[in-house]
Design a binder for this molecule. Structure first.
Ligand SMILES: C[S@@+](CC[C@H](N)C(=O)[O-])C[C@H]1O[C@@H](n2cnc3c(N)ncnc32)[C@H](O)[C@@H]1O
Length: 359
């Protein structure tokens, strides 16, 4: 099941993508230049009544804001004689308001986890691919940052969809994979050509994050659910510096034997840098392997510390990433009003030529 986006105007696609990734309402643009009929038909049939969004809806709290906004705009659009707003739009909004009023009466309810659906066009074709994830809507939930998708993943995801040869036919290993967006996208790209399917290992330290990641990978709407060789595995970077834990790290790296190592938003705590660099060094020990690490620059010192530590044993090159369409994945709320490719830096890491790796 998927949302059939058969060439509607970009302005409507933008509304749908904004809705599907819970973009702040203030960042959405209502398609006022289109006719009432066209906009109304799209909102009713492609969003409200569409089976995809009935199965994988944004949270009720977000929907309430969205439908309030759309109804207010629809009501102020010029209408033809036969035009009217379908009662189901009003009915849906009223039912959301009454649900939230009941919740408020019971006390403050933090934002609930929600489905997020990211749409992208693969290889410049007309059709949209999609990745759906159940994500937390708070920065830290259950003591982990891994239950939501972070901006660095969105930038790296877009990078991989453009430079798809980086994942097609490659054995992949992701460090700190969180909710699983990059895995779903990599699986999707590999499945476009069945001969390009290789193993994809998504790793994380947190059991709850790994469970959520596995659930997201196996959602029937995601192509990753039919990938022959995608798995979630526990991997704690700190084991790379632990005399006992190191054996399990070696076992996993030998089993996964990755051509490409991925990591997004994995440098936010200076304390973790030595073990993260060590695990990258071990994973890259074999010739020809490469790592792509996307980092959000929140603190210049922390980023500089990571680069300095990594350069002690690895080649580190910053890639020039300019995103032609910065709204490709939307939902980039942790960037505020900044431009994603200016605050997310993508680095390519490999074995240093003066330290030849294993052939
Ligand atoms: C900020 S989140 C990023 C998640 C995902 N890559 C993204 O960009 O959406 C950092 C992730 O690193 C994981 N992590 C933190 N410390 C780790 C460690 N020592 N070993 C493995 N994973 C770790 C967390 O559990 C979390 O999933």
């Amino acid at each position: 099941m998927n949302v059939a986006l058969c060439n509607p105007p970009d302005a409507l696609v933008d509304v749908l993508r904004g809705y599907a990734t819970l973009c702040p309402i203030r960042t959405l643009q209502f398609p006022n230049t289109l006719s009432f009929h066209q906009v109304h038909e799209f909102l009713l049939n492609h969003i409200l009544l569409h089976p995809f969004f009935i199965s994988y809806p944004p949270s009720p709290q977000y929907q309430q804001q969205f439908w309030k906004w759309t109804l207010a705009h629809l009501e102020s659009m010029p209408m033809e004689e036969d035009d009217e707003i379908d009662y189901r739009l009003y009915h849906h909004h009223v039912s959301l308001v009454s649900r939230s009023t009941t919740s408020y009466a019971m006390g403050f309810i933090p934002p609930l986890p929600s489905y997020f659906t990211y749409f992208w066009r693969q290889g410049g074709g007309p059709d949209f691919e999609s990745a759906t994830l159940l994500e937390s809507r708070t920065t830290i939930e259950s003591g982990t940052t891994g239950l939501k998708t972070w901006g660095a993943s969105l930038v790296l995801a877009q990078f991989l969809t453009v430079y798809s040869d980086l994942v097609r036919g490659k054995r992949l290993l992701e460090l700190g994979s969180g909710a699983g967006l990059l895995g779903i996208i990599a699986a999707n790209i590999q499945l476009m050509d069945s001969s390009a399917c290789e193993s994809i290992y998504l790793t994380d330290v947190n059991p709850e994050v790994l469970a959520r990641c596995a659930e997201n990978l196996s959602l029937p709407c995601n192509k990753s659910s039919s990938h022959p060789s995608i798995k979630t595995v526990h991997l704690d970077w700190t084991d790379s510096l632990d005399p006992i834990g190191i054996a399990s790290v070696h076992d996993l790296l030998e089993e996964a034997s990755p051509d490409v190592i991925l990591g997004a938003d994995v440098v936010y705590d200076p304390g973790i840098i030595p073990s993260l660099v060590e695990i990258l060094r071990l994973a890259l020990e074999h010739q020809g392997r490469t790592a792509l690490i996307a980092l959000t620059e929140r603190n210049q010192d922390t980023l500089a510390q990571f680069i300095q530590a990594a350069r002690m044993s690895l080649c580190v090159e910053q890639l020039q990433v300019t995103l032609a369409d910065t709204r490709m994945f939307w939902g980039i709320s942790d960037f505020g009003d900044s431009i994603p490719d200016q605050i997310v830096k993508v680095f390519q890491l490999s074995t240093r030529p003066d330290r030849p790796g294993i052939e």
